[in-house]
Design a protein around this ligand. Structure first.
Ligand code: SF4
Ligand code: SF4
Length: 379
């Protein structure tokens, strides 16, 4: 397994996490075999947003004394009063559901303010005492870090700028990133993903990911497979379905992403997911899909790594990533980004201008120019 830091929380999460949603309603034996398989493969991050007592109890029982070997994303405001998944900002009810989660797991590593997508959600969290409750949970040690989940890049940016969260769970996949920011991707998911609505990489989403990197907000990813639609021959919006590994690679190559949470409900599904770690770069590569789209990606780095190897030893995608973050505000580059850049064994100033990378880049990124710009900006 590979691990990455989850932003400024300082915690290291497995790049593949287990989304436990599909364990809801399953018998204990099935829950246990899935959790066992995840732990055997060193997955240390579990998302438990489900409000039901039975599934929580089954997961906790399956973990047993191994509870401390994993980190749990537990969601505050996730309820099922009407016998279906629901969002609740009514504090007494939200507390009751969260206390149930604490009862099963003892403490929660990442206390997630659940589903902040709309203005109403924002007000429900920040203007009702809900956020105060979350802070109190952290002060008491019931949660170790504050996070939130969202599918809306504008709202996510607003929440991050409150300074409260340390990490976020966000929906990221190639299709969602191609929709204009005003499109609510969850609606699209329910209606069917429409390729004709794609408009090239949405700059607001890209800016969100770079903002997260800049502010030390680690991202864990949901909807990595677009609810299964991206990998379905019938429902994919692309000319052919992506593989699970290609979807994971796409999400993992966005700035600030620490982990992709993949929903599994059996040992076989866990094994299938962790197979990603054994695949070659070619098998994970998703860029050929983009060349089948009518949009023009020319000139923008998508951090795919196609341009490697570099004879000067530069990790070109990483330098481009830090450069994109720095470009957000060249006058105020965060010390963290400067430090990441200067910590690279080779950087823009090592470029010898051989041009090998530019010949390999499918998106005509002016790499030599970018390396020179990085060298100048970070000097
Ligand atoms: S420069 Fe081109 S090939 Fe290299 S990571 Fe960026 S988009 Fe991919
Ligand atoms: S042009 Fe620069 S960055 Fe590109 S492969 Fe050559 S040395 Fe590396």
């Amino acid at each position: 397994m590979e691990y990455r830091e989850i932003g400024k929380t300082g915690k290291r999460g497995s790049i593949i996490g287990l989304g436990c949603e599909h364990l809801d309603g399953k018998p204990f034996e099935q829950v246990k075999e899935t959790i066992d398989a995840a732990l055997e493969h060193d997955i240390n991050l579990l998302d438990v947003f489900m409000p039901g007592n039975e599934v929580r109890e089954n997961i906790a029982k399956a973990l047993g004394p191994r509870r401390s070997e994993v980190m749990i994303q537990g969601h505050i405001g996730s309820t099922d009063l009407r016998k279906q998944y629901d969002i609740c900002r009514d504090l007494p009810i939200a507390k009751q559901y969260f206390e149930n989660l604490l009862h099963h797991f003892g403490y929660i590593d990442f206390g997630m303010m659940f589903f902040v997508d709309s203005e109403e959600d924002y007000q429900g969290v920040f203007e009702t005492g809900f956020a105060d409750y979350v802070q109190k949970l952290k002060q008491q040690g019931d949660i170790r870090h504050i996070g939130f989940s969202s599918h809306n890049p504008l709202m996510a940016e607003r929440v991050i700028k409150t300074g409260l969260p340390e990490m976020m769970m966000f929906s990221i996949n190639l299709a969602f990133d191609l929709y204009p920011v005003e499109t609510y991707t969850l609606d699209q998911l329910h209606q069917g993903l429409d390729k004709n609505a794609f408009c090239g990489f949405d700059p607001t989403r890209a800016a969100l990911y770079t903002l997260c990197e800049k502010m030390g907000i680690g991202i864990t990813v949901m909807k990595t497979l677009g609810g299964g639609k991206l990998i379905s021959p019938e429902h994919t919006p692309f000319d052919k379905p992506l593989s699970v590994a290609q979807c994971m690679q796409y999400a993992l190559s966005r700035p600030a992403v620490a982990s992709v949470m993949v929903g599994c409900q059996s040992r076989a599904e866990v094994l299938d997911t962790v197979r990603y770690l054994e695949l070659s770069e070619e098998e994970r590569d998703y860029t050929h899909i983009m060349s089948t789209l009518r949009n023009d990606f020319k000139g923008n780095c998508v951090y795919c790594g196609h341009c490697q190897p570099c004879p000067a030893g530069i990790d070109i995608a990483v330098v481009n990533k830090y450069l994109d973050i720095a470009r957000l505000d060249t006058e105020h580059i965060s010390p963290a980004i400067r430090s990441h850049y200067s910590g690279l064994s080779h950087n823009g100033s090592d470029c010898i201008g051989c041009g090998n990378c530019e010949k390999r880049c499918p998106f005509d990124v002016p790499v030599i120019q970018n390396m020179a710009e990085a060298a100048r900006i970070f000097q």
